[in-house]
Design a protein around this ligand. Sequence first.
Ligand code: CCH
Length: 289
Amino acid sequence: AAAKETKSLDTKPLDYEEVYQAIADILEDNDYDDGSLGPVFVRLAWHASGTYDVETKTGGSNGATMRFEPEALHAANNGLAIARDRLEPIKKKFPEISYGDLWTLAGVCAVQELGGPTIPWRPGRQDVDDGKSCTPDGRLPDAGQGERHIRDIFYRMGFDDQEIVALAGAHSLGRCHPDRSGFEGPWQEAPTVFTNEYYKALRDRKWVKKTVKASGAQQWVDKKNPDVMMLPAEIAMYNDKAFKKFFNEYADSEEKFFTDFSKVFNKLLELGVPFKGDERVYHFKATTA
Ligand code: CCH
């Protein structure tokens, strides 16, 4: 009993460097998709945060409401139970971390470990205990729609055109799954490395329409390599003059993309979070750097 007591008195404050490391340690999985859980962790962080509405100040990563119905069942969140489940052992190991902090930290960790820029991150999200503050369905973008819809959705979160295009570069990672979204395939050939290749692919390749057999969904594929794809919303965005300017800037300069992505991903993950103001801002060092 004495030993136990000493142990509990010794309890250290939560060390987020250790949590980052624990997430980095589980990213690689040769039995999953392209060998990394990183892309689906980035999507989890984004969908937890992208429900924010700047006017009503509802939604966002605070609360981690995606754990509850109805938000867990929103079609946009198909497949994200996998990401949440894979992070559960880390929540068990570091029970003091909130789910909102854990999910956003996992997104930061994945971007950095897969070769992306350093993303400043700070803790401060508090979990809620039920689904009462779940956001209504329809706050996340519909990939089948056009540039008007994309602007409506992201302006509601408080982003401008440049920020929207910088955020879209996260599609350098991961792939679409017919059983999750109806779409199929990665955006370019290296879906586990964070680069500006997404912008180059959009600018430099010839995109042709194709119907996904499994779902009937229409998407665009590279004429030379039909395994890689673009969403209808992305081709529509690229054909918009104001958006195109930024797409081409990021295709020309990976450095500019990395600088802008770091800022805008940090902004996304902090939407609606009630920080006290004295939280330490972490700049984690990538273990692969
Ligand atoms: Fe995305 N995304 N996304 N996306 N997304 C999908 C997958 C990923 C849209 C649609 C889709 C962002 C913005 C948009 C990731 C990060 C971000 C899929 C496939 C669709 C559809 C889901 C599936 O089938 O598994 C649309 C539309 C927009 C509007 O702009 C933003 C912003 C981010 C992050 C900053 C990542 C990463 C993936 C890959 C997930 C995986 O499992 O590989």
